[in-house]
Design a protein around this ligand. Structure first.
Ligand SMILES: [Zn+2]
Length: 218
């Protein structure tokens, strides 16, 4: 059976994390993020982890080749035999090229680009409120608590994250357009990209993502 490699692209705040988790569950594919790969290799003290920590200790970026080595070390494990979902990778065209070189070519590559206009992303993030006690998440317009500023479940005072401001979000978006948006173009020219409108309700977005996978596997 061939492997399905799912790649989820989308600006920060487009709802990628939610969809990645749901897709991985419904397809029974391991959900692999580079952050998890680093943690795994560092805590287990692997050779790759030791190499990576040398760069991190010096405040330098871990080279793409090393990230790819960690990735393929992970995806060679049994649980990835029918495929896996990549979250937050590739982040640059260089990483996409490096990944392409290492893939065997026999896998079904499904690239989903979750698109949400900037102004909606800003609105979503800036209105976000969270409960410091129980972790519940609210939104001033989309999911307001019954009593303004108070958690529905535990009555604690809701707070806003310090970096959830329009300026910070805009900076994150700019970095995304500069570095990661070209990754979608890269895939558009090679295997094709399934564009999903991320402005819809999460359930509808999930359905559209699932259709991308079904179509690609057909
Ligand atoms: Zn609470």
């Amino acid at each position: 059976m061939s492997q399905t490699v799912l790649i989820l692209l989308g600006a920060p705040g487009a709802g990628k994390g939610t969809q990645a988790t749901r897709l991985a569950e419904s397809r029974r594919l391991p959900h692999i993020s580079t952050g998890d790969l680093f943690r795994l290799n560092l805590t287990q003290g692997t050779e790759l982890g030791k190499q990576a920590s040398k760069f991190m200790d010096q405040g330098r970026l871990v080279p793409d080749s090393l990230v790819i080595d960690m990735l393929f070390d992970r995806v060679s494990q049994d649980d990835c035999s029918s495929g896996y979902l990549l979250d937050g990778f590739p982040r640059t065209v260089a990483q996409a090229e490096a990944l392409q070189e290492r893939l065997g070519g026999g896998e079904a590559l499904v690239v989903i680009d979750l698109q949400v206009p900037d102004h909606l992303i800003v609105e979503r993030i800036v209105g976000r409120l969270s409960c410091p006690e129980c972790g519940a998440i609210f939104h001033t317009s989309f999911n307001p608590p019954v009593k303004p500023g108070t958690c529905d479940s535990c009555q604690a005072a809701l707070t806003q994250r310090a970096d959830d401001t329009a300026e910070v979000v805009q900076t994150r978006l700019s970095a995304y357009y500069e570095q990661t948006a070209p990754v979608a173009d890269f895939y558009r020219q090679s295997c094709g990209v399934c564009v999903v409108d991320g402005t819809n309700l999460p359930d509808e977005v999930f359905k559209a993502c699932q259709e991308c996978v079904t179509e690609a596997a057909a």
